[in-house]
Write a protein that binds this ligand. Structure first.
Ligand SMILES: Cc1ncc(COP(=O)(O)O)c(C=O)c1O
Length: 364
């Protein structure tokens, strides 16, 4: 059954983006971040397409388990680590690598009796102040981890940037300096960079980079297009015109009557609403692609539908396909119209949308 709204996932673009990241961070291995269901693209689909990645990164235990259930054998890094003894056992059973960012996690590892030996990523808080040990506590945690009765299979040092997407920000150089001061003398393998770090801070690539957004062909920098970074959008969100109608000058369209036709107008109704992942906050004028042109969204986004003004675009009829974002309408641009970032739009695409890869229909 063909659905009215579809997310087309271009697996060749995913691979091209990984190749681009490898070229930019040439000396580093790549942890492809596929948390949040591969940023809404389908984690298993993405992992299968990115078989040449060195590892995958997920936020939650269940995300790692789902990849294992799908047959993914790569190293998988659990970016938030575990919180309970049960989770530690599950992580061991599924051979997940752990980020260790707070004292309770060290205590769990101290009580661990094996046989599994974890690969551990000890996280330093260099200024983000979300996860990670502060410098004094880091050395203490390191000493404890080094003395575990079941030794780590590997121990690595990591941090995370708060402002890497702001190229002129003094925060990132400060974070890099703090990280190097602590990590360099340890001689451990390192990981610092998200997408913005990969493209913006070449001096900080370290041994492993952790790109997410850029893999999906989205720019991490506002005002810099993905194309200018050599990235190709992976998701194209397509929908369908389900009605067209005439609206007389002065008549309103949609809930709340927010848009009043300034002239006699023709409007197309599209099968896409906030139940599909469009944000209700998308503003009037947000572009929608129809017949190779851009037309403006008018009125309020409702649960299942939006309206666009097609007065100046002949040829639109029921069944005409429409692009909500993708190859010719960057998702970054659409996000800006809702006052948000591309991450939120991509992660928010719902199960009502049919996902299709360039090689066929998939279930996510
Ligand atoms: C610890 C960590 N590393 C890497 C990433 C990937 O970041 P981005 O999608 O900006 O490349 C994230 C995402 O939030 C993260 O939390």
């Amino acid at each position: 059954m063909s659905r009215l709204i579809r997310a087309l996932i271009d697996t060749a673009a995913l691979r091209a983006n990984l190749a681009r990241i490898r070229a930019v961070a040439a000396g580093s291995r790549v942890i492809a971040v596929v948390k949040a269901n591969g940023y809404g693209h389908g984690a298993v689909t993405v992992a299968r397409a990115l078989e040449s990645a060195d590892a995958f990164g997920v936020a939650r235990l269940e995300e790692g388990i789902a990849l294992r259930a799908a047959g993914v054998t790569h190293p998988i890094v659990l970016l938030e680590g575990v919180v309970t003894r049960e989770q530690l056992h599950e992580a061991a059973a599924h051979r997940l690598e752990l980020v260790v960012h707070e004292a309770g996690q060290v205590a769990l590892l101290q009580a661990w009796r094996g046989p599994h030996r974890f690969t551990l990523w000890l996280k330093l808080d260099t200024g983000m102040h979300r996860l990670g040990f502060r410098e004094e506590a880091y050395r203490d945690a390191l000493a404890r981890v080094a003395a575990l009765s079941v030794p780590a299979a590997a121990l690595r040092a990591m941090t995370h940037f708060a402002c890497a997407d702001e190229r002129a920000s003094p925060v990132t150089p400060d974070q890099i300096a703090r990280f190097n001061a602590v990590a360099a003398p340890l001689g451990l393998e390192t990981s610092l960079c998200n997408s913005a770090g990969v493209f913006g801070w070449p001096g900080a690539h370290g041994d492993w980079v952790r790109p997410g957004l850029s893999l999906y062909g989205v720019s991490p920098f506002s005002g810099e297009s993905a194309a200018s970074l050599g990235l190709t959008p992976v998701m194209t969100l397509m929908t369908t015109v389900i009605a067209t109608r005439q609206v007389a000058r002065g008549e309103c369209v949609g809930y709340g009557g927010l848009w009043r036709a300034p002239r006699d107008s023709r409007v197309a109704i599209l099968a896409a609403g906030y139940a599909d992942g469009l944000l209700r906050g998308l503003a009037h004028g947000t572009p929608v692609g129809l017949l190779g042109r851009r037309v403006p969204l008018v009125g309020r986004v409702s649960m299942d539908m939006i309206a666009v003004d097609i007065t100046d675009l002949p040829g639109v009829e029921v069944g005409t396909p429409a692009e909500l974002w993708g190859g010719s309408l960057p998702v970054e641009e659409i996000a800006a119209h809702a006052g948000t970032v591309a991450y939120e739009l991509l992660c928010g695409v719902t199960q009502r949308v049919a996902f299709e890869t360039t090689t066929g229909v998939v279930t996510i």
